[in-house]
Design a binder for this molecule. Structure first.
Ligand code: EPU
Length: 337
């Protein structure tokens, strides 16, 4: 059912007080086929909203917002070692993670507590603590809003990269992701290579962790560092960790031996944007209600009444400063509208 002038304040985790000119909740694929028969989708640059946890609204949205509310989780295939779980795009990511932990199906535990929905997870190939969506991704079903039909895309079609995919590139604005099928491990092995997880488990005296322990550790680490959007508006990491040439990383590390660098198999190096922003003096910075989180410099926060434009202007200042101080270009991870 089409609604007009709907507030998006509770539907974006930055908590910006903006509205959509038109708004439609989508609980099944039938609705998409019906809407496509009208001109609504072609004329109104539709924006698909999941949990609203990776979007910065610069202003009111003048077009149509489609809210993905497609629910459901079902096992569609099972072998001795794996289970394939097909999830509705509107399911909350963390609820699905908890469901898999209860069944002891491994693969999602390191990505516990990531905000947002299943349908949004492929857009930026979400990841945390050494795991990425693409590691467990089987395929997705989407409504192609250009041609008005359902399509199934596999991992190769989705062109996953670091916080990147087809849906941020050539396929931007084209697909409404209705379902995602995940391939999970019935005989899970844990991945505790990320230092913080190993340290937390050790501190708890757990020497043989299962996936539930890893999940608890991740929840503990995230809750201690990352602000809860229900308390303080934010979109998680605002920038990507920059991937630079070996030469750039060498130069930075020579000048700053304490710089954080993660060498990649292809010879490039990923730098910790949080370290750069902190080192440049921005951690805890606040102007009006726009700020840099005091515990994690990669997270920009809205203390109450900041606007998207204010957060964006702070972000631009940070980018410029990091460029001047370290000759490294930061790219935004969050989508802007
Ligand atoms: N660091 C600082 N100062 C800071 C923040 C970080 O020096 O203010 C240093 C840390 O000490 C550490 C390094 O930077 O050595 C990395 O920090 P952290 O482990 O907190 O992770 P991150 O690189 O800042 C990335 C993801 C997060 C994900 C964590 C854990 C991106 C853009 N962000 O953050 O994902 O949870 O790793 O895997 O890749 C998100 O995408 O929204 C997100 C929260």
């Amino acid at each position: 059912m089409l609604k007009r002038h709907i507030s998006l304040k509770s539907l974006n985790t930055f908590g910006f007080d903006v509205e959509a000119s038109m708004f439609m909740p989508v609980a099944d694929t039938e609705i998409l086929h019906n809407v496509w028969k009208t001109n609504l989708l072609t004329l109104n640059s539709p924006l698909i909203l999941g949990g609203g946890s990776n979007i910065l609204f610069k202003d009111n949205y003048p077009g149509l917002v489609l809210q993905n509310l497609i629910a459901g989780m079902e096992v569609v295939k099972e072998t001795e070692d794996h289970v394939w779980l097909r999830c509705g795009g509107g399911e909350v990511w963390h609820n699905v993670v908890m469901h898999t932990i209860r069944h002891n199906w491994g693969g999602l535990e390191n990505m516990s507590l990531i905000p947002g929905t299943i349908g949004a997870s492929p857009i930026q190939n979400i990841g945390a603590y050494g795991a990425e969506l693409k590691d467990v991704f089987e395929n997705l079903e989407a409504f192609d809003m250009w041609y008005g039909k359902m399509v199934t895309l596999n991992a190769e079609d989705c062109a996953f990269g670091y916080r990147d995919s087809l849906f941020k590139q050539a396929g931007k604005g084209r697909y409404f992701i209705t379902h995602v099928t995940l391939r999970l491990n019935k005989k899970p092995t844990v991945n505790v290579r990320y230092g913080d997880i190993a340290a937390t488990l050790e501190q708890w005296g757990i020497s043989k962790p299962g996936i539930a322990d890893v999940s608890r550790a991740v929840i503990h680490i995230r809750s201690s560092k990352l602000p809860d959007p229900a308390v303080l508006g934010n979109c998680g990491s605002f920038f990507k960790n920059p991937v630079v040439s070996k030469e750039t990383a060498d130069a930075l590390c020579t000048a700053h031996p304490d710089a954080k660098r993660f060498d990649q198999p292809d010879g490039t190096a990923k730098l910790a944007a949080g370290w750069l922003i902190e080192k440049a003096g921005w951690k805890g910075f606040r102007r009006g209600d726009a700020g840099v989180h005091e515990k994690q410099a990669l997270v920009l926060v809205n203390y109450g009444n900041a606007t998207g434009a204010e957060i964006l202007s702070l972000a631009r200042e940070i980018v410029e400063d990091i460029q001047i101080k370290y000759q490294v270009t930061l790219e935004m991870e969050v989508n802007t509208r």
